[in-house]
Design a protein around this ligand. Structure first.
Ligand SMILES: Nc1ncnc2c1ncn2[C@@H]1O[C@H](COP(=O)(O)OP(=O)(O)OP(=O)(O)O)[C@@H](O)[C@H]1O
Ligand SMILES: [Mg+2]
Length: 251
């Protein structure tokens, strides 16, 4: 599904290289966890996948189902089914969450060659998905993310993901700021989306989330490279020992 080969990328403004020869393959149906120390490039990688123009790819390739996405703009990438849940979701004043969801869902349907949803059908889908995530109806009438608590923002991201049915989901620290119950609700939401034709990348600092969202593979990102890959046992090893050993071995 996703294949990243020898990716090098830098900050467009000042040319600092952040991603330095990164290789990563995530197969369809797979849940891959990415862990790694602060500042190693995890969020940058998710921004680059989304197509943000603050970053420049200088070398390497990103293939989605065998096709390069590097020349596609963010909207085109979204229409190919790439979905990002950001570490810091952006507030969109003046656009009710419901309205935002409707436009996003219909754009996605258009890209797939499907009819627009009728209003009753749309409302039914949103209500069902929101109920599963225990999101209050009143929240959906408010502007997207404006004044939402940290945990509410994360739930709103998962709601979008559930409704947009993406093929590649990237979740950046979706667990940060969630209370214990919300963590389970959000994890259940992610697990419910697991499917043979979808790949998910979960960026997290803590093994705790991976008790709820069981990853097929775990990768350690350090200084812009994947320096170790393994299965869920690797996350336990990191929780117990920290990164020092693995970084030492890679150096
Ligand atoms: N636009 C930018 N301008 C300046 N520095 C940047 C920019 N974007 C990223 N960086 C730097 O790139 C490095 C990687 O940042 P990134 O946010 O990807 O780390 P991360 O692995 O997500 O860390 P964390 O675990 O703290 O979320 C950091 O040193 C950061 O300061
Ligand atoms: Mg980050």
């Amino acid at each position: 599904m996703l294949e990243i080969r020898n990716l090098h990328a830098r900050i467009a403004e000042d040319g600092t290289e952040i991603i330095r020869g990164l290789n990563l393959t995530v197969r369809a149906g797979e849940v891959a966890a990415i862990m790694g120390p602060n500042g190693s490039g995890k969020s940058t990688l998710s921004y680059i996948l989304s197509g943000r123009d603050d970053y420049e790819v200088t070398e390497g390739e990103i293939l989605l189902n065998g096709e390069s996405i590097l020349e596609l703009n963010p909207a085109e990438r979204a229409s190919k089914g790439i979905f990002l849940a950001f570490q810091y979701p952006v507030e969109i004043p003046g656009v009710a969450t419901m309205q935002f969801l409707k436009v996003a869902m219909n754009e996605q349907r258009k890209a797939r060659g499907e009819e627009e949803l009728t209003t009753p059908d749309f409302i039914r889908r949103v209500k069902e998905a929101a109920a599963k995530l225990q999101i209050d109806q009143a929240m959906l009438r408010r502007p997207l993310n404006v004044g939402f608590s940290g945990g509410e923002k994360k739930r709103a991201e998962i709601l979008q993901m559930a409704l947009l049915e993406p093929s590649l989901c990237v979740l950046d620290e979706t667990d940060s700021g969630l209370d214990i119950d919300a963590l389970k609700i959000v994890a259940d939401g992610v697990n419910a989306l697991k499917s043979p034709d979808r790949a998910t990348i979960v960026i997290t600092h803590y093994q705790r989330l991976l008790d709820y969202i069981i990853p097929d593979t775990v990768h350690v990102l350090y200084k812009g490279q994947i320096i170790r890959s393994g299965d869920k046992a690797l996350a336990h090893e990191l929780e117990a020992n920290g990164y020092a050993d693995i970084i030492g071995q890679a150096a």
